[in-house]
Design a protein. Structure first.
Length: 363
């Protein structure tokens, strides 16, 4: 680098070392090299993590082979305590008595012949093995892998009975088929849950709550809301304007589901659902069907999330062969297991036309 002096002579200005490096090494090149190292570290971490998961399974297997079902007997108790002390002394943390019992349970929940999934951590497996229903366990494993759930996301889905709520819109055969990824083309009804649990919005139920407040909170927690909606959803628009001659209408939220290959329109209702709400959603769905569908899309679906609904109003307002407009309740707090169970049993009775439907005991 040079600069002319007053006498016209060129004066060489030395380039600082840091600047010379920046000129020689462009950002894109450095980014490529950094990405190689990041990927290598991630692979190494995943490999180490899975090696530990396998080790814990093998430890559990050894404990079961040695103690059988007698781990609570005096000999079994002494053995487990001594094992915990010696492993903690020689290998550090992670070998408490409680964790050794978890390893034993790990092996019993996933016996010989089961293929452990390298995508899941020990924390994932500790959560899943507490689910007593074997089909539910397998479902959570597959969903955690496909949707790349963190352990915290997995825990929330288990606590909010994701599997059971899905059963309220699908039969067990459909869920099993989905687990094996051999199910026929998915139906919109299979993706609708009832209720939707929105405790992550941190909004206490209040008569002062407005729909715009609920909508704003959803936008602020969009990633978690997409998790609650299920797989395949991506955000498209908020307050999407539809102009019908001189009248303007606004759809609260618009998503696209790449599994269903269709737009999903969502309206938020703070109060009780009315036939007018259903009619308005039908209008939105009709408009999207006729004006905004892209080539290859399936017909859009509309979901009204409401605090309260009358199933008879829904049934007699919508046509009998309705496959596009749905109404589901939402809860702004994390319900107890008993509350959720009652909701799910009621939804199963409605969907399957059965008077006495009892879910299997949930963990």
């Amino acid at each position: 680098m040079s600069k002319k002096t007053e006498s016209g002579m060129k004066k060489v200005i030395p380039i600082p070392h840091a600047v010379r490096v920046e000129l020689a090494l462009d950002t894109a090149t450095y980014g490529d090299i950094a990405e190689i190292l990041i990927n290598a570290r991630q692979k190494a971490y995943s490999a180490v993590n899975f090696a530990m998961v396998e080790a814990y399974w093998l430890i559990g297997k050894k404990i079961v082979e040695l103690l059988g079902e007698d781990d609570r007997a005096e000999y079994g108790t002494l053995f487990m305590r001594e094992l915990s002390v010696r492993l903690s002394r020689d290998f550090g943390k992670g070998f408490t008595l409680a964790n050794l019992k978890n390893m034993r349970q790990f092996y019993k929940a996933f016996p010989i012949g089961y293929a452990l999934r390298s995508q899941l951590s020990w924390t994932h497996y500790r959560l899943i093995m507490r689910v007593e229903n074997e089909k539910a366990r397998q479902f959570y494993i597959e969903e955690a892998v496909k949707s790349q759930w963190s352990s915290r996301q997995l825990e929330r889905q288990i606590l909010t009975c994701f599997y059971e709520r899905l059963l309220a819109s699908q039969n067990k055969e459909a869920v099993a088929a989905e687990i094996q990824r051999t199910a026929p083309g998915p139906e919109p009804r299979d993706f609708i849950k009832n209720p939707y649990v929105l405790e992550f919005l941190n909004i206490p139920p209040s008569p002062e709550l407005y729909e715009k407040d609920l909508e704003g909170a959803i936008i602020m927690h969009l990633q978690t809301f997409l998790l609650e909606m299920g797989r395949g959803f991506s955000f498209v628009a908020r307050q999407k304007r539809l102009q019908l001659q001189d009248d303007n209408y606004y759809i609260d939220l618009v998503f696209y589901n790449y599994i269903l290959r269709c737009f999903v329109l969502i309206e938020l209702k703070i109060g009780k659902l009315t036939e007018q709400d259903l009619g308005q959603m039908q209008l939105y769905v009709n408009y999207y069907t006729r004006e905004l569908m892209n080539e290859g899309d399936n017909p859009p679906i509309g979901i009204i999330l409401c605090a309260e609904k009358n199933d008879a109003v829904v049934r007699y307002t919508l046509p009998e062969n309705n496959t596009q407009v749905f109404a589901s309740k939402y809860k702004l707090y994390l319900p107890t297991e008993e509350e959720l169970k009652k909701e799910i049993e009621a939804e199963l009775r409605r969907n399957q036309g059965e008077r006495h439907v009892k879910l299997e005991e949930t963990p």
